[in-house]
Design a protein around this ligand. Structure first.
Ligand code: GTP
Ligand code: MG
Length: 200
């Protein structure tokens, strides 16, 4: 499951502009600022291949990265960017939904959930929408290194609360992995998990 090589292939503004290809892919989805680009950088151990930013809303396109010339990681725009104009939010969901519903080579969505905050309605809505549309997901809890919080619960407690809510809508809880882009926690587990889903 080792990553030897990563190539940025293209940014697409619409689902139908994505690379025409048979190779399997994994989409990385989550709220703006959840750590999508950081996770990609941590997986490939090559900093700044996906653009990261402290400002939410940085990734605005569907970005395809080809790994080991055999499968894709796809960086998607974050959802729930509170400051985006209403029109931009609508655009986002229509083109991203189009991608999910039409991308035959999509093996699974890695749905990133920030473990340093309590369960968020928008994340639950997203997970439930994907579930209703039979799109396989793996929950990837991010920022699990943030073990010291001044107020509120620890990441493991937030994760438990989130899973409790997911169980109300899923017959079987989707696979899940705890990660941190800071410490590298969960990195190897996630790579192995993806290789198992690809069957090699
Ligand atoms: P958009 O592209 O705007 O949707 O954001 P994104 O989901 O790609 O988030 P990004 O990777 O840019 O990270 C957002 C912020 O969270 C940055 O300041 C990161 O340094 C921080 N961050 C990301 N992952 C982790 C993590 O595992 N632990 C901690 N402590 N901080 C993280
Ligand atoms: Mg990003």
């Amino acid at each position: 499951s080792r990553i030897k090589e990563v190539q940025f292939v293209k940014s697409s503004g619409r689902a139908k502009d994505c690379p025409k290809d048979e190779r399997p892919e994994f989409a990385i989805l989550g709220r703006s600022n959840v750590g999508k680009s950081s996770l990609i950088n941590s997986l490939v151990r090559k900093k700044e291949i996906a653009l990261t930013s402290k400002k939410p809303g940085k990734t605005q396109l569907i970005n395809h990265f080809l790994v080991n010339k055999s499968w894709y990681l796809v960086d998607l725009p974050g959802y729930g960017f509170a400051k985006a104009p209403e029109a931009a939010k609508t655009d986002w969901s229509s083109f991203t939904k189009g991608y999910f519903l039409n991308r035959n080579t999509l093996v699974a969505v890695l749905l990133l959930i920030d473990a340093s905050v309590p369960p968020q309605k928008i994340d639950l809505d997203c997970a439930n929408w994907l579930g209703r549309n039979n799109i396989p997901i793996t929950f990837v809890f991010t920022k699990c290194d943030k073990m010291k919080v001044a107020k509120g619960k620890r990441p493991d407690e937030n994760i438990r609360d989130f899973q409790e809510l997911i169980r109300q809508n899923y017959k079987q809880h989707p696979p899940w992995i705890m990660t941190s882009s800071v410490t590298g926690m969960g990195r190897d587990e996630l790579l192995l998990h993806m290789s198992q889903l690809r069957n090699y």
